[in-house]
Write a protein that binds this ligand. Structure first.
Ligand SMILES: O=C(O)CCC(=O)C(=O)O
Length: 299
């Protein structure tokens, strides 16, 4: 686990820039186990979907994997990332929100579209953080995540974006999930063309990105604008698990379209019946760490 001083620096960078890298957080062993679990899950072929769209390659995605897969559940707890999330958010209590598996195979043209995570989620608050865990070495050639520095401080939110875009579409504005103008929530969104502008002229923006190795993690803010290039390498996989965490001030907010609504009817998926504005105190989001007690393994 990273030293306190490194965590403090990462928390500062996170507040200022919207994202930060923390080196050597996880052991090779635990990341190796996660890699094995990913390969087993993909080979089994009974979960997930390919987000590569019409393009070449494969961008394997799966959501809430740890809910049903014991190896992923074990990783979430054994990795002690809840503590790291607490330190980055400055929270006293940390709940696990969900995990998302994101595997971009070599030769995958599809880029992860520029987006903000909060647009997809039925929660709001200041203390929400993602921890992106690479299982393979990742850099710009095989699809490491890239952030528009400081973009979380604009204070506005764009509608959900389709998750990937193809290189062949670069000259067109990205299509947006439809938000009906008679929907009372439509005016919460930023309607500017900033995301198209970033897509078409990335050179005009200050970007943050890193070469990362297994054991490193990247933390990012729910409102930072980010995306990822395709995996243009011929032989370097880019396996990653994004874990999402909720702190003290996170509350339920199902007033906007969000991806969990789309999972409502999924057999075995316990969509929370929470009041808007209520605390996210629900078994789907277990409490895994508190500042007083440390890891809460039996939570
Ligand atoms: O892994 C990727 O390609 C994108 C990750 C991402 O957008 C996220 O974790 O929020």
């Amino acid at each position: 686990m990273a030293a306190e001083r490194e965590l403090e620096k990462a928390a500062r960078d996170y507040r200022e820039d919207g994202a930060a890298v923390i080196r050597g957080v996880l052991s090779r062993e635990i990341v190796g186990e996660l890699g094995d679990a990913i390969d087993r899950l993909i080979a089994a072929g009974d979960r997930g979907f390919d987000a590569a769209g019409s393009g070449r390659g494969r961008f394997f995605n799966d959501l809430f994997t740890s809910l049903e897969d014991q190896d992923f559940a074990a990783f979430v707890r054994k990795s002690r990332l809840a503590r790291l999330a607490g330190k980055i958010m400055g929270a006293q209590h940390v709940r696990f929100f969900y995990d998302q598996l994101l595997v971009k195979e070599p030769g995958t043209a599809a880029r992860t579209a520029w987006h903000q995570d909060l647009s997809y989620w039925p929660v709001k608050g200041q203390q929400i953080v993602s921890i992106w865990v690479p299982v393979d070495c990742a850099g710009p050639d095989n699809g490491v995540v890239t952030y528009v520095r400081g973009s979380h401080n604009r204070g506005s939110m764009f509608p959900m974006q389709p998750f990937t875009d193809d290189d062949v579409l670069t000259e067109r504005a990205p299509p947006q999930f439809e938000v009906h103008t008679d929907d009372p929530t439509h005016d919460v969104y930023d309607r500017s063309n900033l995301l198209s502008e970033i897509r078409q002229h990335p050179e005009k923006f200050e970007m943050l990105t890193w070469e990362v190795e297994p054991g490193d993690v990247i933390v990012h803010h729910p409102l930072v604008i980010h995306g990822a290039p395709g995996n243009t390498s011929t032989d370097r996989r880019r396996r990653a698990l994004a874990t999402r965490w909720l702190g003290d001030d996170a509350v339920w907010d199902d007033t906007r379209p969000n991806f969990m609504r789309m999972m409502k009817g999924k057999p075995g998926f316990p969509y929370p019946r929470l009041e808007n504005g209520a605390s996210v105190d629900h078994p789907l989001f277990p409490l895994l760490w508190s500042a007083e007690e440390g890891a809460l393994d039996d939570a």
